[in-house]
Design a protein around this ligand. Structure first.
Ligand SMILES: NC(=O)C1=CN([C@@H]2O[C@H](COP(=O)(O)OP(=O)(O)OC[C@H]3O[C@@H](n4cnc5c(N)ncnc54)[C@H](O)[C@@H]3O)[C@@H](O)[C@H]2O)C=CC1
Ligand SMILES: O=C(O)[C@@H]1CCC=N1
Length: 270
């Protein structure tokens, strides 16, 4: 797989570096660029990975992973344009940004793969969806898949699905954290000490996630198995339905998808 350079080592860039290191990659095979020197020093201190300028990253790395905010992509494309070409491999983790944007702004033939990962990368449990741009070959996809398989699961999707994927699994961990936070608050409402409420809910989330991951039963059956006739759970479910939680989730994820589309459209003229 060779050397990987992460351009923009914020939350997701750091998650990738740390996941790759935990997955057995050597710090010497990883590089990153950062616009904030104090952030560079922090990451080099924590992981032993070297911060470099974009020119050195493009020269030394086999894979260039773009992990800046979509709103910050412009200067990165301008910097990269004279440094890359058909023998490079550019991987974009940026929400909403189509491979066509990179293909317009980088030299003709530059292979680009669009990826939507998520932060559970830090515990090697990422869900990443990958889509090839028009110059990316099966070999390029294999390289990207291998890199991401070190930090979790990988699925290939048509690029037309990437905005939906972003709303579902890219943002997905935030919805679960939000739910956990609200359930811990419910424990406080019922008079439990915060630490106990946290332990109860976090372990319930871990257990439920493991059952889901085993995949032996459909989520509906798992939920029904908890829901006893005239029991406690059905009273809670009635309240969830009454308060429109299911519809709220559909609307929320649709809104996230729409924002992803909008982020891509902001660069249509570039
Ligand atoms: N945070 C998340 O859960 C996920 C984020 N993403 C995508 O990953 C990208 C990064 O998101 P975060 O890590 O959350 O943002 P962040 O703001 O934490 O990280 C971006 C980093 O890029 C650096 N940066 C900006 N311009 C730069 C430049 N020209 N050269 C070098 N460094 C530069 C910033 O200093 C910052 O450290 C976004 O495009 C986002 O859509 C994708 C999936 C999940
Ligand atoms: O909120 C965001 O825009 C990024 C993309 C997916 C998760 N976080």
């Amino acid at each position: 797989m060779g050397t990987i350079a992460v351009l923009g080592a914020g939350k997701i860039g750091e998650a990738l570096l740390s996941g790759l290191l935990q997955g057995g990659r050597d710090a010497g095979e990883l590089l990153f660029t950062e616009r904030h020197p104090e952030r560079s020093a922090e990451l080099t201190g924590r992981y032993g990975v070297r911060a470099v300028e974009v020119a050195e990253a493009a020269e030394a790395a086999d894979v260039l992973v773009v992990a800046v905010k979509p709103q910050d992509i412009e200067p990165v494309l301008t910097e990269l344009a004279p440094l890359v070409g058909p023998s490079s491999l550019v991987v974009s983790l940026c929400a909403g940004l189509p491979t066509a944007l990179y293909e317009r702004r980088l030299p003709e033939g530059t292979p680009v793969v669009r990826v939507m990962p998520n932060t559970p990368m830090v515990v090697n449990e990422a869900m990443s969806a990958i889509s090839p741009g028009k110059y990316a070959t099966a070999d390029h996809l294999k390289v990207v898949e291998e890199m991401l398989a070190c930090v979790g699961k990988v699925v290939e999707v048509p690029e037309t699905h990437q905005d939906a994927v972003t709303a579902l699994s890219g943002s997905g961990p935030a919805y679960f954290f939000f739910l956990v936070e609200a359930m811990i608050d419910a424990g406080i409402l019922l008079g439990l000490p915060r630490a106990v409420a946290e332990q109860l809910i976090v372990q319930s989330a871990v257990g439920a996630a493991k059952m889901l991951a085993e995949g032996t039963e459909h989520p509906v059956i798992l939920r029904e198995n908890v829901t006893s006739p005239a029991g406690t759970t059905i009273n809670a479910i009635r309240e969830l339905e009454k308060h429109g939680v299911r519809a709220a989730l559909l609307a929320a994820i649709e809104a996230a998808r729409d924002r992803s589309v909008q982020l891509g459209k902001a660069h249509e003229q570039d």
